[in-house]
Design a binder for this molecule. Structure first.
Ligand code: LLP
Length: 415
């Protein structure tokens, strides 16, 4: 099951998207429970069953129903803020199932995580280590830490989501990491337990991952020879998906998962291995369902204006990202259109120069691969309420898993 045309109309797991639009209005995100489960099962088979720990990077999509579902497959969570931490706890993740990443953490956040005895902190700088040492001393605890190494490996992805190059703000260079891990006595309240790397996101070619594994093999063996204690290696996230063919199965969109796991197990066999995938678990599980407000032509450019916008899916505007677009009623494409939202910015486009059929006011249109970094990056710019999220269950029922934000909720903070 998946998103597919049945009798020329796009369905999600047997449910006609017209019925979802009728019931919940538009724009709305529509998720397939069967795809979410399939993705979690594949990660379990490829990684957990090979001895890895898998922490879902909940920044990709933090809907509690999705978090709960993933937890049933044995996934933990990778969090980056107090908000994510509290939400993870609220849905039932225990401290031991949480790791805390991020380039800057506040005192309150560090204290919160120390109190809850999380699995480990991913620490990216000396300043954070110093603060964590002080706070751990106050709590009379040893804070478990994996140092984030910046290996200077090019992930060959969009510059905004490259993190493992030496000029990026993330992690610490190999010399610093080496020095700290061979002088653990400088930090009596830190339990240095290993290394973390996350080189970037939406990594399509497997080579950067294999380079990372080889790099870590020699880096950790040098460290071990120098007397450092290393028990765990966290290889981060970054597995890319195929935005061109959004309804393909995860093992087709991301075919290298098993070989990555095997290579890591072979070269880093003495360590407890972790990964922190986000996108690959959720990207293909949802579409953004929108309604055509009208069409227009300006200076030879043809536009389809829809009620969804960059406030629902900012990726095309922010990274020039491609998201496939399908009309609800299957028709052959007839001309090139820009698909744009109502927001007052020229960058408010979901797609540019796409071959699409002539559509009319009130026709439905879907923007694919809207499960990752879509609702979680949503905003209320132009005073547009956050859009609802609908889950189509395995039984073929649609269920609201996030309401449309009301005007009162959107304006509640104004004094
Ligand atoms: N671990 C760390 C430390 C991260 O910073 C990230 C993502 C992940 C894991 C998960 O990466 P993933 O498996 O999802 O690639 N908004 C961008 C993506 C930003 C990724 C930020 N960090 C986009 O829409 O493409």
């Amino acid at each position: 099951m998946s998103f597919q045309y049945l009798n020329g109309r796009l369905h999600c797991d047997g449910v006609d998207l017209q019925t979802v639009a009728d019931e919940y209005s538009t724009p709305s995100y529509v998720y397939s429970e069967s795809i979410l489960r399939r993705n979690a099962q594949v990660l379990k088979d490829c990684f957990i069953d090979r001895g890895f720990k898998v922490s879902y990077a909940m920044k990709a999509n933090s809907n509690p129903q999705i978090l709960k579902l993933f937890r049933t497959y044995g996934l933990g969570v990778d969090i980056v803020s107090a908000g994510e931490f509290k939400l993870a706890q609220k849905v039932g993740f225990r401290g031991s199932e949480i790791n805390f990443a991020g380039v800057g953490k506040t005192l309150t956040e560090l204290d919160m995580a120390l109190e809850s005895e999380i699995d480990y902190f991913n620490v990216e700088s000396r300043f954070e280590l110093d603060i964590l040492e002080t706070r751990a001393a106050v709590f009379d605890k040893k804070a478990p830490v994996l140092l984030r190494l910046n290996p200077d490996i090019d992930p060959q992805t969009h510059p905004h989501i490259s993190t493992g190059l030496k000029q990026n703000k993330f992690g610490m260079g190999p010399d610093k990491v080496h020095h700290i891990l061979t002088h653990p006595q400088d930090y009596p309240h830190i339990k240095f337990d290993g290394i973390h790397c996350h080189i970037g996101s939406q990594i399509i070619r497997p080579d950067p991952f294999f380079d990372l594994i080889s790099y870590l093999q020699s880096f950790t063996s040098n460290l071990a020879s120098a007397g450092a204690e290393i028990n765990q290696v966290d290889l981060g996230g970054g597995f890319g998906v195929n935005y061109q063919n959004p309804f393909e199965d995860i093992l087709k969109t991301t075919p290298y998962l098993e070989s990555f796991a095997d290579a890591a197990n072979e070269k880093l066999s003495q360590y407890q291995l972790h990964i922190q995938p986000g996108r690959v678990l959720v990207a293909n599980s949802a579409i953004l369902l929108a309604r055509v407000l009208g069409t227009k032509e300006n200076g030879g450019n043809h536009f389809i204006v829809i009620d969804g916008a960059t406030t629902d899916l900012i990726r095309p505007a922010l990274y020039g990202a491609y998201h496939a677009i399908y009309p609800h009623i299957q028709k052959e494409g007839s001309r090139l259109f820009d698909v744009v939202g109502p927001v007052c910015e020229s960058s408010d486009a979901l797609a540019k120069q796409r071959e699409l059929p002539e559509l009319e006011t009130d026709d439905l249109l879907t923007i694919a691969s809207a499960g990752a970094y879509a609702s979680s990056m949503g905003s209320t710019y132009n005073m547009r309420p956050l859009s609802p999220e609908v889950l189509v269950t395995r039984e073929g029922k649609s269920k609201l898993i996030r309401q449309r934000q009301s005007f009162e909720q959107m304006t509640a903070l104004y004094l």
